[in-house]
Design a protein around this ligand. Sequence first.
Ligand SMILES: *Cc1c(COP(=O)(O)O)cnc(C)c1O
Length: 430
Amino acid sequence: MAVQTVATTTHSADTVDLGPASALACRECGERFALGPIFACEACFGPLEVAYDLPSGDPEDLRKRIESGPENIWRYAPLLPVPADVAGKPNLNPGFTKLVQADNLARELGVTGGLWVKDDSGNPTHSFKDRVVAQAIEAARAFGFTTLSCSSTGNLAGAVGAAAARAGFRSCVFIPHDLEQGKVVMAAVYGGELVGIEGNYDDVNRFCSELIGDPAGEGWGFVNVNLRPYYAEGSKTLAYEICEQLGWRLPDQIVIPIASGSQLTKIDKGLQELVKLGLVEDRPYKIFGAQAEGCSPVSAAFKAGHDVVRPQKPDTIAKSLAIGNPADGPYVLDICRRTGGAVEDVTDEEIVDAIKLLARTEGIFTETAGGTTLGVAKKLIEAGVIDPSLTTVVVNTGDGLKTLDAVAPTTGMSAVIRPNLDSFREAGLA
Ligand SMILES: *Cc1c(COP(=O)(O)O)cnc(C)c1O
């Protein structure tokens, strides 16, 4: 087990135990730093990520160890930046959500090679954000933070509020003031502070960066800013689960929504780790990124052949994905190009249609982010970019109950009748 001395001493314990995590490494220049609450390289300002001493030895032993672990993300603790005894700490223990074999949807879309929906609406606060917060909160504990915070497009605020409540942290989270009621209520109900910012997510994020450098934010762990390297690792568990649930096999194609792009890059990292560890057979896979047309900076760059992402001002119903200046945009472009995938976007109308398509075919009610992902999958299948004869996984990251407004205008009761049979017959439903 790696025990590291922390570089900064202000808000941290002298040593931290984060399991197999051995250092932070710059994604740009490779410079390494001791594990601590830092997120940018001192040499080149590039983003830092967690580097590991991954388990060596017989992959069969590791596979058995994972399979006999708890039915949540901690079954993968040997591959995550958390202490060995993490499963015993108060945590929402998210993960191991259903991988739904979507045969009805496959038939409708003409997919013959197998279509699955990884349904992360089944997490404790109904989005994939519980996975990343679960990692960040363990890092926050190790570094001695007592207040948890974040800049959020909605789901993250709820995930932080809930995790903080359970683990005994104070929380104070920041969101754009004009989010859906479902997200606001879910972020507030856990009893922490919830602050609406007059501006969009990019304004919220900029404000949080200022707060970190100010005495007012002293002792605060911002899960997606100064704890971002640890937070981001949580998304690897989506890759692990998908492969394990497919019978320790890589999917051929995987469609993932993009907000900051963090999740997409870490699913790729997770898939690569499984190959390196010998847990799955090495074969090519393609990663596809999904955005809403009203916030499509990465899709626009992909289509234009650019390496840099030009910021946009978001205007879409997919508010969970409304990040106009995505931090991981260039890495997403790299991954989608390297694997032979693509980045595509869909209109708000296509998002609503896809939400209803998934509900109608598979009984899964997704939020606008999931509508975006399925909408893009459908568009790319129809365009022949996604091969219908190969296995495809669509990642559903959130729950439709949080974005009721998106479908409310076009759904409703078939009829309102008096409580008698004549009235029912008159309605033509018999
Ligand atoms: C945050 C979020 C995403 C995207 O996450 P990134 O890692 O920032 O790209 C996707 N779907 C939902 C529902 C989210 O809340």
